[in-house]
Write a protein that binds this ligand. Sequence first.
Ligand SMILES: C[S@@+](CC[C@H](N)C(=O)[O-])C[C@H]1O[C@@H](n2cnc3c(N)ncnc32)[C@H](O)[C@@H]1O
Length: 239
Amino acid sequence: MNSFEGKRILALIRDGDYAHAGEEEAIERAFRSIPKDPRQWLLDVGCGRGGSGDYLLRNGWGRVEGIDRDAESIEYARATYPDIGLHVCDVLDVPRTVARTYDVIYMLNAFYAFDRQHDALAGLRKVAKRGAQLVIFDYTVGAKAGDTPNPMMPHAIRLSEIEAMLRDAGWQPGNIEDLNAEYARWYAEFVERIQLKRADIEKIGGAEWYNFVFSMYSGLHGVIAGGGIGGAIVHARAD
Ligand SMILES: C[S@@+](CC[C@H](N)C(=O)[O-])C[C@H]1O[C@@H](n2cnc3c(N)ncnc32)[C@H](O)[C@@H]1O
């Protein structure tokens, strides 16, 4: 679903340019401990179509830049949200690409997609101001999965390892907020919405895309409801 077409369909189902669980409720939850300050700079890592950056900008959290390796999504975001500074790049190339440092660096369902998570965190530390906040909103290896990630989400956050990874990459780990119950509710609602939007999804991608999206998210909801995959917000600080 990380393709341009996939994110377009997710945006349609979610009624906004979001490709993360819980849409605006999730953004509010992830940012409830981050003070609003129009002077501060935020970096949205894996920003996709730009809807979350626009939400944070419009609601007073600060000025926003975003990076994503998907050029089509960035092209869409540039045309739709001209007040956000956007870059096409892989997360590993952030220090070579952006021209400033940031007060808040965040990822909304993007970290799980990175193969080299430690290197990504170390690179992001280089563009963090002293005292900057890091917010990782993402899937976790679920409470009932032991330490073995589900094959649907091979790089889901391992709660037993994330603090050491953050420390090693130069971040001071902070609170971890459990979102298991919220993820189960968000995905139940999401599967219902897919069914309600069937005709619109078929207009974009035909019956094949509808069947793919419905079976994939029904399966994901089943795994989340059964405790195989969970969700969390991981906070850290650049000391
Ligand atoms: C599930 S989408 C979430 C998009 C956005 N954060 C949102 O909430 O709508 C994951 C995003 O991460 C991006 N991504 C995946 N791997 C990446 C990488 N190595 N470097 C930069 N972006 C990446 C994908 O292109 C995609 O836009």
